[in-house]
Design a protein around this ligand. Structure first.
Ligand code: ASP
Length: 334
């Protein structure tokens, strides 16, 4: 028994030593020139989360020594498929996740997610904050929020409200909207708001809430109609500066700001995380990245929330903020 204990202890120590050497060697040459970093995007290609991930990938490439960064579109189930895929990926720094406010609302909105937001990820930092807009199909007869509200009351459950699946930002915004006006609409889930936008423009669905990074150009081109922004104050971008806030239109305290952040699987070595966070910080100061984001109404984070611990603190505070609001509105889903 004693000798078995000694032998197995020796084997275990040797294995740990090899592992330790492997991990630090891996961290020292991270990112390796012959490898590729994959950013998992949990919503459909062409949508707002995909767009910020692609712009960020471009801005992080140089600070990471010119390594290739590819996007893996793991869309579906309101963002939980991509988050789960990342949580279960090898913790080596080569698989990352860009997700949004859903990281903080999913735990309450969806009761059975197969991962833990609090403990299955390493937090790399926050990326940006993006307002949402309430938009409608181009043939919507209403010309302002008052007329839209009358049209919704005339059509009630016949109104089709698109979203990016249970747990997504558009789902949250749509549920809060229905709750605020006390009308149950028919919700139509998509794998992201890019395909939902196509159907909205085509008139197959009536309404949707979505980030300004996806809606600004469609509003400008008059392919969709806009009825309100979800921020406390009106926006300042040229296209949206005259759009009233939903709060000013009578939806008391109606405020939803989407934010995006970057994550790695739990257990990614600390020095790999430090390199990734360093590259993220450089990317967030990249003038091209800032210009692209700000032109579409987003604000690039430039405060302590770009630090991993501060971003995690922020996400936990968001969970605590949204949980009672979602529960009080009775809008959570199974
Ligand atoms: N805007 C989407 C949402 O509603 C996600 C996306 O397609 O990026 O959560």
């Amino acid at each position: 028994m004693k000798s078995f204990f000694n032998t197995s202890t020796a084997i275990a120590s040797a294995a740990l030593a090899v592992c330790g050497v492997f991990v630090s060697a891996q961290a020292a040459d991270f990112p390796a020139k012959d490898k590729v970093i994959t950013i998992v995007v949990p919503f459909a290609a062409g949508g707002p989360t995909d767009r910020v991930a692609r712009d960020l990938a471009e801005a992080m490439r140089k600070p990471l020594g010119g390594i290739s960064i590819v996007i893996d579109s793991a869309a579906g189930a309101g963002g939980s498929i991509g988050a789960n895929k990342t949580a279960k990926a090898a913790p080596d720094g080569y698989t990352l996740l860009v997700h949004h406010i859903g990281m903080s609302t999913m735990p309450t909105l969806v009761r059975n997610i197969p991962f833990k937001v609090e403990s299955d990820f390493e937090y790399l930092g926050m990326i940006n904050e993006v307002p949402m807009t309430l938009i409608a199909k181009p043939g919507m007869p209403a010309n302002n929020y008052k007329e839209l509200s009358a049209w919704i009351n005339d059509n009630k459950s016949k109104v089709n409200l698109g979203n990016a699946g249970v747990g997504s930002a558009s789902h949250l915004c749509g549920l809060l909207f229905q709750n605020a006006i006390q009308v149950d609409m028919t919700t139509v889930p998509y794998k992201g708001t890019a395909p939902a936008m196509t159907d909205l423009i085509g008139g197959q669905i009536d309404l949707m809430c979505d980030q300004t990074t996806n809606t600004t150009s469609q509003i400008e081109a008059k392919k969709v109609k806009v009825y309100g922004v979800t921020t406390a104050k009106p926006l300042t971008t040229a296209v949206l500066k005259d759009v009233p806030t939903l709060a000013a239109s009578g939806l008391k305290n109606f405020e939803v700001t989407v934010w995006h952040g970057m994550y790695a699987p739990k257990g990614t070595p600390a020095d790999v995380l430090a390199k990734l966070n360093g590259a993220l910080k450089i990317a967030l100061k990249d003038p091209d990245f800032i210009k692209k984001q700000e032109g579409l109404g987003a604000v690039v984070v430039n405060d302590k929330r770009i630090e991993p611990a501060e971003h995690k603190k922020f996400v936990l505070a968001e969970i605590a903020k949204w949980s009672p609001i979602i529960k009080a509105a009775g809008v959570y889903a199974d």
